[in-house]
Design a protein around this ligand. Structure first.
Ligand SMILES: C[S@@+](CC[C@H](N)C(=O)[O-])C[C@H]1O[C@@H](n2cnc3c(N)ncnc32)[C@H](O)[C@@H]1O
Length: 287
Protein backbone atom coordinates (compact mmCIF):
# COMPACT_ATOMS: atom_id res chain seq x y z
CA UNK A 1 0.00 0.00 0.00
CA UNK A 2 1.57 3.29 -1.11
CA UNK A 3 1.89 6.11 1.39
CA UNK A 4 0.97 8.72 -1.22
CA UNK A 5 -2.49 9.67 -2.37
CA UNK A 6 -2.81 11.43 -5.77
CA UNK A 7 -6.09 13.12 -4.82
CA UNK A 8 -4.54 14.60 -1.71
CA UNK A 9 -1.40 15.79 -3.51
CA UNK A 10 -3.54 17.43 -6.19
CA UNK A 11 -6.06 19.08 -3.88
CA UNK A 12 -3.34 20.39 -1.57
CA UNK A 13 -1.53 22.02 -4.52
CA UNK A 14 -4.78 23.28 -6.02
CA UNK A 15 -5.58 25.15 -2.82
CA UNK A 16 -2.13 26.78 -2.69
CA UNK A 17 -2.15 27.70 -6.38
CA UNK A 18 -5.67 29.16 -6.19
CA UNK A 19 -4.53 31.32 -3.28
CA UNK A 20 -2.01 33.08 -5.56
CA UNK A 21 -4.53 33.56 -8.38
CA UNK A 22 -3.95 30.41 -10.45
CA UNK A 23 -7.49 29.21 -11.20
CA UNK A 24 -6.49 26.05 -13.04
CA UNK A 25 -4.59 24.77 -10.01
CA UNK A 26 -6.02 21.24 -10.18
CA UNK A 27 -5.24 20.86 -13.87
CA UNK A 28 -1.72 22.20 -13.36
CA UNK A 29 -1.08 19.86 -10.43
CA UNK A 30 -2.18 16.95 -12.59
CA UNK A 31 0.03 18.10 -15.48
CA UNK A 32 3.02 18.24 -13.12
CA UNK A 33 2.40 14.73 -11.80
CA UNK A 34 1.85 13.36 -15.30
CA UNK A 35 5.11 14.96 -16.42
CA UNK A 36 7.07 13.58 -13.45
CA UNK A 37 5.56 10.11 -13.77
CA UNK A 38 5.53 10.14 -17.57
CA UNK A 39 1.93 8.99 -17.73
CA UNK A 40 -1.19 10.21 -19.53
CA UNK A 41 -3.80 12.03 -17.45
CA UNK A 42 -6.17 9.05 -17.66
CA UNK A 43 -3.54 6.79 -16.11
CA UNK A 44 -2.62 9.21 -13.36
CA UNK A 45 -5.21 8.14 -10.80
CA UNK A 46 -5.05 4.50 -11.83
CA UNK A 47 -1.31 3.82 -12.02
CA UNK A 48 0.12 6.95 -10.39
CA UNK A 49 0.06 5.77 -6.76
CA UNK A 50 2.29 2.76 -7.46
CA UNK A 51 4.79 4.95 -9.38
CA UNK A 52 5.17 7.68 -6.76
CA UNK A 53 8.23 7.67 -4.54
CA UNK A 54 9.87 10.15 -2.16
CA UNK A 55 12.04 11.73 -4.88
CA UNK A 56 9.12 12.32 -7.20
CA UNK A 57 7.02 13.83 -4.46
CA UNK A 58 9.97 16.07 -3.47
CA UNK A 59 10.26 17.27 -7.09
CA UNK A 60 6.50 17.81 -7.18
CA UNK A 61 6.60 20.09 -4.15
CA UNK A 62 9.59 21.98 -5.58
CA UNK A 63 7.74 22.62 -8.84
CA UNK A 64 4.63 23.79 -6.98
CA UNK A 65 6.77 26.18 -4.90
CA UNK A 66 8.28 27.67 -8.06
CA UNK A 67 4.87 27.93 -9.70
CA UNK A 68 3.55 29.82 -6.68
CA UNK A 69 5.78 32.71 -7.80
CA UNK A 70 3.62 32.79 -11.00
CA UNK A 71 6.57 31.68 -13.13
CA UNK A 72 4.97 29.82 -16.09
CA UNK A 73 4.55 26.10 -15.62
CA UNK A 74 5.74 25.44 -19.17
CA UNK A 75 9.12 27.09 -18.50
CA UNK A 76 9.45 25.15 -15.25
CA UNK A 77 8.75 21.85 -17.00
CA UNK A 78 10.61 22.92 -20.18
CA UNK A 79 7.74 21.83 -22.38
CA UNK A 80 4.33 22.84 -23.69
CA UNK A 81 1.64 20.95 -25.55
CA UNK A 82 0.54 22.10 -29.00
CA UNK A 83 -1.77 20.26 -31.36
CA UNK A 84 -1.24 16.98 -29.49
CA UNK A 85 2.55 17.17 -29.37
CA UNK A 86 4.94 18.08 -26.60
CA UNK A 87 7.25 20.93 -27.65
CA UNK A 88 10.40 22.05 -25.84
CA UNK A 89 10.23 25.61 -24.58
CA UNK A 90 12.60 27.91 -22.74
CA UNK A 91 12.76 31.61 -22.01
CA UNK A 92 13.89 32.38 -25.56
CA UNK A 93 10.48 31.53 -26.97
CA UNK A 94 6.91 32.37 -26.21
CA UNK A 95 4.87 29.60 -24.60
CA UNK A 96 2.54 28.52 -27.43
CA UNK A 97 -1.12 29.41 -26.92
CA UNK A 98 -4.16 27.24 -27.70
CA UNK A 99 -5.50 30.02 -29.99
CA UNK A 100 -2.53 29.45 -32.28
CA UNK A 101 -3.89 25.99 -33.07
CA UNK A 102 -6.57 27.88 -35.01
CA UNK A 103 -3.81 29.55 -37.05
CA UNK A 104 -2.31 26.12 -37.76
CA UNK A 105 -5.69 24.69 -38.77
CA UNK A 106 -6.25 27.62 -41.16
CA UNK A 107 -2.84 26.96 -42.71
CA UNK A 108 -3.60 23.26 -43.13
CA UNK A 109 -7.04 23.95 -44.63
CA UNK A 110 -5.64 26.55 -47.04
CA UNK A 111 -2.89 24.13 -48.08
CA UNK A 112 -5.43 21.37 -48.73
CA UNK A 113 -7.41 23.68 -51.02
CA UNK A 114 -4.35 25.02 -52.86
CA UNK A 115 -3.71 23.87 -56.41
CA UNK A 116 0.06 24.44 -56.10
CA UNK A 117 2.38 21.48 -55.93
CA UNK A 118 4.20 21.58 -53.64
CA UNK A 119 2.40 24.13 -51.53
CA UNK A 120 4.98 26.56 -50.19
CA UNK A 121 4.56 27.87 -46.64
CA UNK A 122 6.54 30.61 -44.89
CA UNK A 123 6.07 30.80 -41.10
CA UNK A 124 7.24 34.22 -39.89
CA UNK A 125 8.17 34.53 -36.22
CA UNK A 126 8.30 30.78 -35.77
CA UNK A 127 9.28 30.97 -32.06
CA UNK A 128 9.35 27.42 -30.71
CA UNK A 129 8.44 26.20 -34.20
CA UNK A 130 4.95 25.02 -33.30
CA UNK A 131 3.34 26.19 -36.55
CA UNK A 132 6.14 25.18 -38.92
CA UNK A 133 6.87 21.78 -37.35
CA UNK A 134 3.19 20.90 -36.88
CA UNK A 135 2.43 21.93 -40.49
CA UNK A 136 5.18 19.69 -41.82
CA UNK A 137 4.14 16.80 -39.57
CA UNK A 138 0.45 17.10 -40.43
CA UNK A 139 1.13 17.56 -44.15
CA UNK A 140 4.55 16.17 -45.15
CA UNK A 141 4.00 17.37 -48.73
CA UNK A 142 4.27 21.00 -47.62
CA UNK A 143 7.43 22.90 -48.51
CA UNK A 144 8.06 24.75 -45.24
CA UNK A 145 10.33 27.70 -44.48
CA UNK A 146 10.50 29.01 -40.92
CA UNK A 147 12.00 32.32 -39.91
CA UNK A 148 12.48 34.40 -36.79
CA UNK A 149 14.38 37.54 -35.93
CA UNK A 150 15.77 35.72 -32.88
CA UNK A 151 18.60 33.24 -33.45
CA UNK A 152 17.95 31.82 -29.97
CA UNK A 153 14.31 31.14 -30.85
CA UNK A 154 15.40 29.47 -34.10
CA UNK A 155 17.62 27.11 -32.11
CA UNK A 156 14.61 26.05 -30.00
CA UNK A 157 12.46 25.63 -33.12
CA UNK A 158 15.17 23.49 -34.72
CA UNK A 159 15.45 21.32 -31.59
CA UNK A 160 11.72 20.75 -31.72
CA UNK A 161 11.77 19.91 -35.40
CA UNK A 162 14.70 17.55 -34.70
CA UNK A 163 12.83 15.67 -31.95
CA UNK A 164 9.99 15.13 -34.44
CA UNK A 165 12.36 14.14 -37.25
CA UNK A 166 11.60 17.09 -39.57
CA UNK A 167 14.49 19.50 -38.94
CA UNK A 168 16.13 18.69 -42.27
CA UNK A 169 12.81 19.06 -44.09
CA UNK A 170 12.31 22.68 -43.08
CA UNK A 171 14.35 25.68 -44.25
CA UNK A 172 15.46 27.94 -41.42
CA UNK A 173 16.15 31.64 -41.91
CA UNK A 174 17.08 34.30 -39.37
CA UNK A 175 15.30 37.42 -40.56
CA UNK A 176 13.62 40.63 -39.50
CA UNK A 177 10.32 39.89 -41.29
CA UNK A 178 11.23 39.61 -44.99
CA UNK A 179 14.69 41.24 -44.85
CA UNK A 180 16.66 37.99 -45.36
CA UNK A 181 14.05 36.18 -47.46
CA UNK A 182 15.20 35.77 -51.06
CA UNK A 183 13.32 38.53 -52.96
CA UNK A 184 12.69 36.02 -55.78
CA UNK A 185 10.92 33.57 -53.43
CA UNK A 186 7.19 33.19 -53.77
CA UNK A 187 5.01 31.36 -51.22
CA UNK A 188 1.44 30.10 -51.43
CA UNK A 189 0.87 30.74 -47.73
CA UNK A 190 2.55 33.16 -45.36
CA UNK A 191 1.57 32.46 -41.75
CA UNK A 192 2.46 34.43 -38.67
CA UNK A 193 1.64 34.83 -35.03
CA UNK A 194 3.37 38.20 -34.74
CA UNK A 195 3.97 40.24 -31.59
CA UNK A 196 0.71 42.21 -31.32
CA UNK A 197 0.44 43.56 -27.79
CA UNK A 198 0.44 47.35 -27.46
CA UNK A 199 3.60 48.57 -25.74
CA UNK A 200 1.63 50.71 -23.30
CA UNK A 201 -0.44 47.75 -22.03
CA UNK A 202 2.61 45.72 -21.00
CA UNK A 203 2.26 46.59 -17.30
CA UNK A 204 -1.28 45.21 -17.21
CA UNK A 205 -0.27 41.73 -18.40
CA UNK A 206 -0.39 38.74 -16.03
CA UNK A 207 3.02 37.61 -14.68
CA UNK A 208 2.91 34.42 -16.77
CA UNK A 209 2.64 36.43 -19.99
CA UNK A 210 5.32 38.91 -18.90
CA UNK A 211 7.71 35.96 -18.58
CA UNK A 212 7.56 35.52 -22.39
CA UNK A 213 10.33 37.33 -24.30
CA UNK A 214 9.23 40.94 -24.94
CA UNK A 215 10.31 40.39 -28.56
CA UNK A 216 7.46 37.86 -28.80
CA UNK A 217 4.88 40.12 -27.25
CA UNK A 218 5.28 43.77 -28.04
CA UNK A 219 4.06 45.17 -31.34
CA UNK A 220 4.71 48.87 -30.70
CA UNK A 221 1.99 51.50 -30.88
CA UNK A 222 -1.43 49.80 -30.58
CA UNK A 223 0.45 46.53 -31.13
CA UNK A 224 0.20 47.20 -34.86
CA UNK A 225 3.77 47.92 -35.98
CA UNK A 226 4.78 44.39 -37.04
CA UNK A 227 1.30 43.62 -38.43
CA UNK A 228 1.40 46.76 -40.60
CA UNK A 229 4.79 45.79 -42.02
CA UNK A 230 3.59 42.22 -42.57
CA UNK A 231 0.48 43.36 -44.46
CA UNK A 232 2.51 45.75 -46.58
CA UNK A 233 5.38 43.42 -47.50
CA UNK A 234 3.69 40.00 -47.73
CA UNK A 235 2.16 40.51 -51.21
CA UNK A 236 5.70 40.82 -52.68
CA UNK A 237 6.39 37.27 -51.49
CA UNK A 238 3.02 35.67 -52.23
CA UNK A 239 1.96 33.76 -55.32
CA UNK A 240 -1.25 34.71 -57.10
CA UNK A 241 -3.42 33.24 -55.67
CA UNK A 242 -1.76 33.36 -52.29
CA UNK A 243 -2.85 33.69 -48.69
CA UNK A 244 -1.58 35.62 -45.71
CA UNK A 245 -2.83 34.17 -42.41
CA UNK A 246 -2.03 35.77 -39.10
CA UNK A 247 -3.10 35.96 -35.49
CA UNK A 248 -4.30 39.24 -33.97
CA UNK A 249 -5.21 40.83 -30.64
CA UNK A 250 -8.82 41.07 -29.42
CA UNK A 251 -9.26 44.71 -30.51
CA UNK A 252 -7.35 44.85 -33.80
CA UNK A 253 -9.78 43.44 -36.40
CA UNK A 254 -11.36 46.74 -37.40
CA UNK A 255 -8.11 48.60 -37.90
CA UNK A 256 -6.72 45.67 -39.90
CA UNK A 257 -9.77 45.54 -42.18
CA UNK A 258 -9.26 49.26 -42.92
CA UNK A 259 -5.62 48.62 -43.84
CA UNK A 260 -6.57 45.69 -46.12
CA UNK A 261 -9.37 47.71 -47.77
CA UNK A 262 -6.78 50.32 -48.70
CA UNK A 263 -4.29 47.81 -50.06
CA UNK A 264 -5.05 46.81 -53.67
CA UNK A 265 -2.78 43.73 -53.38
CA UNK A 266 -5.52 41.95 -51.41
CA UNK A 267 -8.82 40.86 -52.93
CA UNK A 268 -10.56 39.71 -49.79
CA UNK A 269 -10.08 39.32 -46.08
CA UNK A 270 -11.82 37.02 -43.60
CA UNK A 271 -11.85 36.68 -39.85
CA UNK A 272 -12.02 33.64 -37.60
CA UNK A 273 -13.07 33.79 -33.98
CA UNK A 274 -11.45 31.74 -31.24
CA UNK A 275 -13.31 29.58 -28.72
CA UNK A 276 -13.89 32.65 -26.54
CA UNK A 277 -15.65 34.26 -29.53
CA UNK A 278 -12.84 36.80 -29.98
CA UNK A 279 -11.65 37.82 -33.46
CA UNK A 280 -8.35 35.96 -33.64
CA UNK A 281 -7.24 34.93 -37.13
CA UNK A 282 -7.10 37.11 -40.25
CA UNK A 283 -7.01 35.44 -43.66
CA UNK A 284 -6.11 37.74 -46.59
CA UNK A 285 -6.17 36.56 -50.19
CA UNK A 286 -3.95 38.22 -52.78
CA UNK A 287 -5.71 39.91 -55.69
C1 LIG B 1 4.00 35.79 -30.60
S1 LIG B 1 5.54 34.97 -30.87
C2 LIG B 1 4.98 33.57 -31.83
C3 LIG B 1 5.85 32.36 -31.71
C4 LIG B 1 5.25 31.10 -32.34
N1 LIG B 1 5.02 31.28 -33.76
C5 LIG B 1 3.94 30.72 -31.65
O1 LIG B 1 2.88 30.94 -32.25
O2 LIG B 1 3.98 30.23 -30.51
C6 LIG B 1 6.27 36.03 -32.09
C7 LIG B 1 7.60 35.59 -32.65
O3 LIG B 1 7.98 36.58 -33.63
C8 LIG B 1 9.36 36.86 -33.51
N2 LIG B 1 9.58 38.22 -34.01
C9 LIG B 1 9.41 39.40 -33.37
N3 LIG B 1 9.69 40.41 -34.19
C10 LIG B 1 10.04 39.87 -35.38
C11 LIG B 1 10.45 40.42 -36.62
N4 LIG B 1 10.55 41.74 -36.80
N5 LIG B 1 10.76 39.57 -37.63
C12 LIG B 1 10.66 38.21 -37.45
N6 LIG B 1 10.29 37.66 -36.29
C13 LIG B 1 9.97 38.47 -35.27
C14 LIG B 1 9.67 36.69 -32.04
O4 LIG B 1 11.04 36.41 -31.83
C15 LIG B 1 8.74 35.52 -31.67
O5 LIG B 1 9.40 34.29 -31.79
Amino acid sequence: MTKYNINLLVSEADEKLKAVGIDAGKAEAEIILCDLLDVERLELYLNGPSLLDDNIVKSYYEIIEKRLTRYPLQYILGSAWFYGRKFLVDENVMVPCPETELLLESVLRTARLSKSSPVRLLDIGTGSGVVSASSKLENPELDVTASDISTEALKVAQSNARQFGVEENIKWIQSDLFDNIDPNSRFDIIASNPPYIADDTYDTLPPEVKADPTLSLLGGNKGMEIIERLLKQAPDFLNRPGTLIFEIGYDQAEIIFDLVDNNSSYSKCMLLKDLANIDRIVICKTA
